[in-house]
Write a new protein. Structure first.
Lengths: 552, 84
């Protein structure tokens, strides 16, 4: 019973959104203010933030440093101690730097280099862990942080999430025709898309009761899943999100009876909100007060999971939830108790969820009650069932991968549509699973944990080139969708029916870190088979080295 | 019309990365989506770009586009009706 007896508390928190700092954001939400304005720069409604730039740091880095600094000051916890781990979640970091020169990629456009600059600012003893998993990145970071604390690898984790808007991002979402013509209206019958925002937030998670927030709110459970259905479209059934919510609740030892409210992703696209209504009803939470805060601050990408979780903590403390700005009447397939205005709830526990490109979903449970938590079985043994390294070749990548694909002797129309990094991963995973396949491991017990150095920079450059042309017809959605590294993992989830954990880490070099993550997933009983390893491709240089772990 | 259909097929193959498919493989009257070419919602958005880029024809969203997207022939008919 490895996980018994470790309580993980929420400590100091800090955030900045389009409504301002934490106090201003809370006041703004209480008063029903909308932080979304028409942006002439992006020609769409957006939730922009005033950032005080720190000398020597980019806008994105300045945003994150300010929130982490506030948490450090409030808590007295220092990153200089080996007991404290920093986890940074971001989808695009300093991608803005590509706009000036997309032929010579700036060093700080690499997410790990940017994370290193942030850790160095705080003289951090441990290297920061970077998670880039599309729009669930923020919630994913809590799940990963929780596992680290449960295993006793550190005493404190500071989870920091942020994303800064730039034309790279706004034009990409515009190419998907997913931008609302008005400030977004989550769950409303008249909703017509999302509104982008920018934000940053930081949260201290600690096993030290003394460092906990006075309300002693626990991060009681968390899970990450995949729809294994489509790389950009939400599941039509809501099964992936349902699995994430139910698994997080099982870990936390709470039933739907115990839940006071649900704070969903609620992006206000037609299909996302529809999908969420199915998942929430499936989890028997459709009778609970529910809100989305994106009508106030926009969809803040990787920041959303962190910022909205902090706001969940505050809502738990105050005993009422904020209204869902822009919502008046719902038309989702399952009727949800969406709160148009502030609403009291009577239970001291909440569920926070997120879903994103690549088919990923994540959910966490925050709880103020002491109760029996879901058990985790005895530590299980794992084995390496197969390993495969994609060969290097002198020929151009396109030629190389075409002949590798041909040698698989299969036809798949989807293959040629994938990004180069995804093609490399595709071939490697096919070869890996030919050595030993998933066998009878059910989809929800399969996982994929990957890391690389350059995230999706290879495709980012391709998208930036299109953006720089300012074409009348706009950017290409087929290119933009691959500007998230985890979408390659999402393709593997579809192809090989992987519905369990799927997390993409960014590291300088291929280290043991991801392999330990995979091993722990099996040891703790969260998965029975995990594809894990390194998958990097940038400008004709590739390196794919993966293993299949199974429980013994 | 037949010339436009041929040209459209070539644009679709090029822009949607339909490798190993030739214009002759595409039946102008067969359903574009669902089977055969394995197209999905991202391809639908790319087809909207093709219409605008090569023919200056605008389609607001893929929902409105449903009858237009039935086959290569219906696409060609829509272009002929709306081309300026």
């Amino acid at each position: 019973m490895a996980n018994k007896g470790v309580d993980i508390y929420i400590g100091a928190t800090s955030l900045t959104t389009a409504l301002g700092n934490k106090r201003a954001t809370l006041d703004g939400m209480h008063r029903g203010e909308c932080g979304l304005r028409f942006s002439n720069r992006y020609a769409m409604y957006a939730g922009e933030v005033d950032v005080t730039l720190k000398e020597g740091y980019t806008r994105f880095e300045s945003m994150l440093i300010a929130e982490i600094e506030s948490v450090v000051q409030q808590s007295g916890i220092t990153l200089m101690s080996g007991d404290t781990q920093l986890i940074i979640s971001t989808t695009k970091g300093n991608v803005e730097l590509l706009a000036d020169d997309c032929e010579n990629i700036a060093a700080r456009a690499f997410l790990y280099t940017s994370a290193e600059a942030i850790s160095d600012y705080f003289n951090a003893a441990n290297r920061a862990i970077v998670i880039s998993n599309a729009c669930i990145s923020g919630v994913s970071a809590f799940v990963v942080a929780r596992e680290k604390l449960l295993r006793g690898e550190c005493k404190h984790v500071i989870v920091a999430g942020g994303d800064a808007l730039c034309e790279f991002i706004t034009s990409g979402f515009a190419s998907f025709k997913s931008i609302s013509a008005q400030p977004c209206r989550p769950y409303d019958a008249a909703r017509d898309g999302l509104t982008l925002g920018e934000a940053a937030g930081a949260v201290l998670l600690t096993t030290d009761y003394v460092k906990a927030d006075a309300a002693h709110i626990l991060l009681a459970g968390g899970a990450i899943t995949n729809d294994a259905n489509h790389i950009s479209g939400p599941s039509r059934t809501g099964d992936g999100l349902y699995y994430a919510i139910s698994e997080a609740m099982r870990e936390a030892g709470v039933s739907s009876e115990d839940v006071g409210f649900v704070n969903t992703h609620g992006t206000a696209t037609r299909y996302n909100d529809e999908m969420e209504s199915k998942a929430v009803a499936w989890a028997q939470l459709d009778g609970k007060p529910l809100n989305s805060l994106k009508g106030h601050i926009g969809h803040t990408l990787a920041a959303s999971g962190v910022v909205e979780t902090i706001l969940c903590v505050e809502q738990l403390k105050q005993g009422y939830i904020f209204g869902t700005m822009g919502f008046s009447a719902s038309d989702t397939p399952h009727q949800l108790m969406v709160s148009a205005t502030e609403q009291h709830f009577d239970k001291r526990c909440c569920v926070k969820s997120a879903s994103g490109f690549g088919g990923c979903n994540a959910a966490i449970v925050l709880d103020m009650e002491c109760r029996e938590r879901g058990t985790v079985g005895d530590k299980r043994a794992w084995r390496v069932a197969a390993e495969y390294t994609l060969p290097h070749a002198e020929q151009p990548f396109a030629e190389f991968i075409r002949s590798e694909f041909k040698s698989l002797d299969q036809s798949n129309m989807k293959f040629y549509k994938m990004s180069d990094m995804c093609k490399a991963l595709y071939v490697a995973v096919e070869q890996l699973l030919r050595i030993e396949d998933f066998g009878d491991v059910p989809p929800t017990r399969r996982a994929i944990i990957l890391a690389n150095r350059s995230a999706s920079l290879d495709t980012d450059v391709a998208h930036q080139r299109i953006v720089n042309q300012h074409l009348a017809e706009g950017a290409s959605p087929a290119v933009f969708v691959y500007t998230l590294a985890n979408v390659a993992a999402g393709e593997m989830c579809i192809r090989h029916k992987i519905q369990g954990d799927n997390t993409f880490f960014i590291e300088n070099t291929h280290s043991e870190m991801v392999h330990q993550q995979a091993q722990h997933l099996i040891e703790s009983g969260r998965a029975d088979a995990v594809i894990c390893g390194w998958c990097d491709l940038l400008q004709e240089s590739w390196n794919v080295d993966i293993k299949l772990y199974k429980n013994n | 019309m037949e010339q436009l259909i041929q040209e459209l097929k070539e644009h679709l193959i090029e822009e949607l990365n339909l490798e190993e498919i030739t214009p002759e493989d595409i039946d102008a009257d067969a359903p574009l989506f669902g089977e055969g070419l394995g197209l999905d919602s991202i391809d639908a958005l790319e087809i909207i770009l093709i219409l605008e880029k090569y023919y200056g024809v605008k389609l607001a969203n893929s929902a409105e586009a449903k009858p237009v997207f039935r086959s290569v022939r219906t696409l060609a008919e829509y272009i002929l009706q709306n081309r300026k």
